[in-house]
Design a protein around this ligand. Structure first.
Ligand code: ZN
Length: 256
């Protein structure tokens, strides 16, 4: 089986991305898939787009790519400021990439591959819907009969579905149960069944662990990985970028 490194939510963080790629190579990854939000929040959007375009064989669109194309409607002020700044960077062009907007435009919202489906958020609303631990039976047992979000989303996939968007890694299975990476340290065997595997975020983890998150996939078993990187350097670049709120740098250091 081909070993695939699945990355998501890089958010313009080159330091985190390069650390993840180094780790994936060491682990024997033979190819890379990317679940979107390559850009937004961090200080190096062009660099991250150029790297992902180069290495990723399957890349889908995230809500931040969409927002750079369409404008930041419906985003909170922090995200909105970052999107405006990022769009300006991409439109200015750069030596690394002078067709950034065309590249973003070329990305599809969903891919159904041989062993997995890829979306950024959920199969119901690929760009915008979050699949949270709080949507699972653990939190909503009484609502299973009412066809809540997970049941609705399961109807739209036929195999393991990889997602990002929440920046919190974990698996939601066919019974709407949540498994965190700590609950499957030897690997999570999907057995090819329908489930949602959130690979977490490379460049802006929100689960209190500031190390970059991604997953390895052999076509059946998922292994979650966390990778140390130079968080302070990524934060410094944000502090130095005029137009990016400093809060986005502090956020990387605190992983919220
Ligand atoms: Zn994101």
């Amino acid at each position: 089986m081909t070993l695939t490194a699945i990355i998501s939510d890089i958010h313009s963080n080159t330091q985190a991305l390069e650390a993840v790629l180094d780790d994936a190579r060491e682990q024997g990854a033979e190819r890379y898939w990317c679940l979107g939000d390559i850009i937004g929040y961090g200080a190096q959007p062009i660099e991250c787009l150029a790297i992902v375009r180069e290495i990723s064989s399957q890349t889908i669109r995230g809500n931040h790519e969409q927002a750079v194309l369409d404008g930041p409607t419906g985003f909170n002020p922090l995200a909105s400021a970052a999107i405006t700044w990022t769009a300006a960077q991409i439109k200015q062009g750069a030596h690394l990439m002078n067709d950034g907007l065309e590249y973003l435009q070329s990305l599809e919202e969903r891919k159904d591959l041989e062993t997995a489906t890829l979306v950024h958020g959920s199969p119901s609303h690929p760009l915008d819907e979050y699949l949270f631990r709080e949507d699972t039976l653990e939190y909503l047992p009484q609502r299973m009969e009412e066809r809540p979000k997970i049941a609705r989303c399961l109807e739209r996939v036929e195999q393991p579905c990889f997602v990002g968007h929440t920046h919190v890694p974990g698996v939601i299975d066919e019974e709407s149960r949540w498994t965190s990476p700590l609950g499957c340290e030897a690997g999570y065997d999907t057995k090819g069944a329908r489930c949602f595997v959130n690979v977490g975020s490379v460049g802006q983890p929100r689960d209190g662990d500031r190390r970059a998150s991604y997953a390895l996939w052999d076509g059946r078993v998922v292994n979650f990985r966390r990778v140390e990187y130079d968080v302070a350097a990524a934060a410094e670049l944000i502090f130095a970028a005029e137009g990016l709120p400093d809060m986005l740098g502090h956020r990387l250091l605190e992983a919220w």
